[in-house]
Ligand binder design. Structure first.
Ligand SMILES: C[S@@+](CC[C@H](N)C(=O)[O-])C[C@H]1O[C@@H](n2cnc3c(N)ncnc32)[C@H](O)[C@@H]1O
Length: 193
């Protein structure tokens, strides 16, 4: 692993924890994935050889630094989306600092709309790390845009179990996905098609 990239990620993660600690309003927090959860998803991308990866909820690009590194090595590309323009600018800056801007597109907009525009069967892996109540509404577009053996990864599946459960139940009800919840970081749900 690139030592400078690793040091940048460590610094951003520590800075994010410090930034978030005094903030009562969760929408003002960066709420980065834990390193362990981001590393798990990056490993899935590598094992899968995933080249088309979408993250919904970029924040300042912390987790994107993990996913963009993975797609750099698989010969792919990450698209990461955020509704907040200031965060989009930060994510772009951080990907630039990490030398990974060439492997990632940071889009400003609604992740659901981006999913809707994604060609059928084109995505290898989708990371959901935005507003959890919206996830059930993403399911039709996820089913359309994911390729066979594609993966959906959802953060906070343990820390916010009750908010993720409706989506988990819908995924299981399709009968199309092997669904597991991993007790890594804040909990990562994986659904493999
Ligand atoms: C938990 S943070 C993402 C953290 C990021 N994945 C990381 O690990 O560094 C959630 C982000 O989702 C964004 N967000 C909320 N609703 C969204 C939507 N509908 N589409 C795209 N981004 C959204 C918020 O602005 C916020 O930056």
């Amino acid at each position: 692993m690139d030592g400078e990239l690793s040091a940048l990620r460590d610094a951003l993660y520590a800075e994010g924890r410090e930034h978030d600690a005094p903030l009562a309003d969760r929408l003002l927090r960066r709420r980065n994935m834990t390193p362990a959860a981001a590393a798990l998803v990056a490993t899935l991308i590598r094992v899968q050889g995933g080249t088309a990866v979408l993250e919904i909820g970029a924040s300042n690009g912390y987790a994107a630094l993990w996913f963009a590194e993975a797609v750099r090595d698989t010969g792919g590309r990450l698209t990461t989306v955020d509704v907040d323009a200031a965060r989009v600018a930060e994510a772009r800056r951080n990907l630039e600092r990490g030398g990974l801007a060439g492997y990632a597109e940071v889009r400003h907009g609604d992740g659901g709309a981006v999913l809707e525009q994604t060609p059928a069967g084109s995505l290898d892996l989708v990371v959901l790390d935005a507003e959890r109540p919206a996830y059930p509404g993403y399911l039709p577009a996820l089913r359309r845009s994911l390729r066979p053996h594609g993966v959906i990864a959802v953060d906070n599946a343990v820390s916010h179990r009750d908010q993720v459960r409706p989506f988990e139940q819908l995924l299981r009800a399709t009968g199309e996905f092997a669904v597991e919840v991993h007790e890594v970081g804040d909990g990562v749900l994986t659904a493999v098609r």
